[in-house]
Design a protein around this ligand. Structure first.
Ligand SMILES: NC(=O)CC[C@H](N)C(=O)O
Length: 309
């Protein structure tokens, strides 16, 4: 067994007794049904090998992790003009907060808070019907992961559409500032559907490889973005990927990461690996409790960090 596989097994073993801790997201009724007693880890290294433990092949709702892929796609479509619509600063507020939007005239702080991802969804809609825009996103995620079986869980999308009052508030607020070019229902249709993509840790780790390998997926041997753009997306993940817990995540884990309320986290160790963890119980910031602990242990034990050796 490889040394890395032993480390992954060790992290799983050491956290096993904590599985089920934290609180499953219940503001999306369909997510409230998920069994909290699940925990998976998948580490994809640049040579294409996988090191997995636990429920690494169980599909889960990737939720806000999808914002990494929509940002990548939108940058490909709009280039750096995207930054006229969305900022690049950490918000220091919760993922669904509205408070800064009024002061900042409807321009979201970054593409990873809900308001920012809604603005990005509006950009992806340009020239498309909502169904086509959703299709483009699914196509892109299948491309980066090299896996055509990845799909949207329509029950989750429907569930959030029925209860997404906050997101409707955010989108209407932005629209009132002239910050969205399409009807709110269309923009949120795209947003709720990409949040409802279902993927396993293994699929997610594979999909994140382009960020670990300078913009190129080494397993598929295909370029996804330029080296410079991959670095910049990593920078945004580090600064904004965990909302008002981004500083704490950088301190504890030291790697760019993006969380979702489904309990998944995608983390990037540049030049080394793409890592996905999943456990549905969340901490008070809406980030996976056991997942964060797993990344902290893994980073400690491998020595992977963007801050030093
Ligand atoms: N942090 C998250 O994963 C939030 C995504 C979720 N779809 C929402 O809008 O509330």
């Amino acid at each position: 067994m490889s040394e890395l596989q032993e480390l992954v097994d060790g992290v799983y073993r050491d956290l096993k007794s904590h599985i089920g801790e934290g609180k499953v997201a219940d503001y999306i009724p369909e997510l409230a049904k998920v069994d909290p007693k699940q925990f998976g880890i998948a580490v994809a290294t640049l040579d294409g090998s996988f090191h997995i433990a636990g429920d690494a092949d169980a599909p889960f709702s990737i939720q806000s992790i999808s914002k990494v892929f929509t940002l990548t796609l939108a940058l490909g479509m709009a280039g750096d003009t995207l930054w006229t619509r969305v900022g690049r600063e950490p918000s220091g507020t919760a993922f669904n907060s509205i408070v800064q939007l009024e002061y900042e005239k409807g321009r979201p702080r970054n593409p990873f808070i809900n308001a920012g991802a809604i603005a990005v969804a509006d950009m992806i809609l340009a020239g498309h019907q909502p169904r086509e825009a959703i299709g483009e996103i699914v196509h892109f995620v299948r491309f980066v992961s090299g896996d055509d079986s990845i799909a949207i869980d329509h029950e989750v999308a429907k569930s959030e559409t029925g209860t997404g009052y906050r997101n409707f508030a955010l989108a209407n607020f932005m629209r009132s500032f002239g910050r969205l070019n399409h009807p709110v229902e269309h923009v949120l249709g795209v947003y709720f559907h990409h949040c409802a993509l279902a993927m396993s840790c293994r699929q997610l780790a594979r999909a994140g490889l382009y960020l670990a390998a300078g913009g190129r997926n080494p397993v598929l041997d295909s370029r996804v973005v330029s080296r410079e753009r991959a670095r910049r997306i990593n920078a945004l993940m580090l600064m904004c990927g965990h909302y008002d817990a981004s500083g704490d995540f950088a301190y504890r884990v030291g790697l760019p990461g993006k969380s979702g309320v489904g309990g998944g986290i995608l983390a990037v160790a540049p030049g080394k690996a793409s890592i996905a963890v999943w456990s549905p119980g969340l901490n008070e910031y809406g980030n996976s409790l056991v997942g964060t602990a797993a990344l902290e242990l893994l980073a400690q034990r491998t020595g992977w960090s963007v801050f030093g050796t």
